[in-house]
Ligand binder design. Structure first.
Ligand code: ARG
Length: 268
């Protein structure tokens, strides 16, 4: 069953691909600015139409990746753990989001000491927090998240640079009976075994699903927002009783982002 969610998003007003910090980013490739604004707005309106509450934060000039709200905090039960970016170019985003939380009634925000790209690498399953490492978030941030958020953390190792954040390789379908969809090829052998143990009934995505950013999806327990091209994955989740909803993310993908990257969930 779907549950009503609260999301934080940032309009891509200053979005561009000005530097390259993941294999999808090529500053030589032009970005269509009007199109990215429309794509983001459609994603925003899709959540609103589904009955979710969407908050927005003011974008800042000079921070072209600030649209990727998922990277800027992890919020569980009203506890906010901020972010610390690996790339210098994104470092200043963390404080803008910290201030947003502070101005919106959250007064005990903890800022991490280890590199921590928040929901880019953390996925809440309803019972424990799956935590990616290998490219961005430091393993020390996993222990820090467990202590600050008070939730059990399961570390997973990412091994393919194209899937540099956990949310490019896995998403949580549903939190009642925790289940996920993931692309095994993005994980180390040991982490694949962990995932098989935890989620024997998981949806297993193909290399093509992953390449189209299908795992960068957002589920409310029934509706699953995913990129237009991820048709095979959509068919699989539809067979399981979920409702796929397609969005076009062509411009965001030029920065290595998709629907989930643009969406931070505020839980409590
Ligand atoms: N260009 C951004 C970066 O490389 C994309 C971030 C995508 N966000 C995510 N949650 N995967 O940092």
């Amino acid at each position: 069953m779907p549950t009503t969610r609260r999301y934080l998003m940032c309009p891509p007003r200053y979005f561009e691909v000005a530097y390259s910090i993941n294999p999808w980013m090529d500053p030589a490739k032009p970005v269509d600015h009007d199109l990215v604004m429309r794509q983001w707005q459609t994603l925003h309106d899709t959540y609103v139409d589904l009955g979710h509450k969407v908050e927005t934060i003011e974008p800042q000039p000079g921070l072209p990746d600030m649209v990727f709200a998922a990277n800027s905090a992890t919020v569980i039960d009203g506890r906010v753990l901020g972010a610390r970016f690996r790339a210098e170019q994104r470092a200043a985003e963390a404080d803008h989001y910290r201030r947003w939380f502070n101005e919106n009634g959250y007064h005990n925000i903890v800022m991490p000491t280890c590199i921590n790209e928040a929901e880019g690498d953390f996925a809440w399953t309803g019972r424990y927090l799956l935590a990616g490492t290998g490219f961005r978030t430091d393993p020390g941030a996993h222990a820090e998240a467990q202590e600050v958020l008070g939730v059990p953390v399961v570390s997973l190792h990412l091994t393919d640079p194209r899937y540099y954040h956990l949310d490019t390789a896995l998403f949580v379908l549903n939190e009642d009976e925790p289940n996920v969809a993931y692309y095994p090829g993005a994980f180390s052998e040991g982490s694949q075994r962990v995932l098989r143990r935890l989620f024997p009934d998981a949806v297993i995505a193909t290399a093509e699903d992953a390449e189209t950013f299908g795992l960068n999806a957002v589920s409310d327990g029934r509706n699953v927002i995913l990129p237009t091209e991820s048709t095979a994955l959509a068919a699989q989740i539809e067979d399981r009783g979920y409702e796929p909803i397609f969005v076009d993310i062509s411009e965001l993908k030029k920065s290595g982002g998709g629907p989930k990257c643009c969406t931070m969930e505020i839980r409590g």
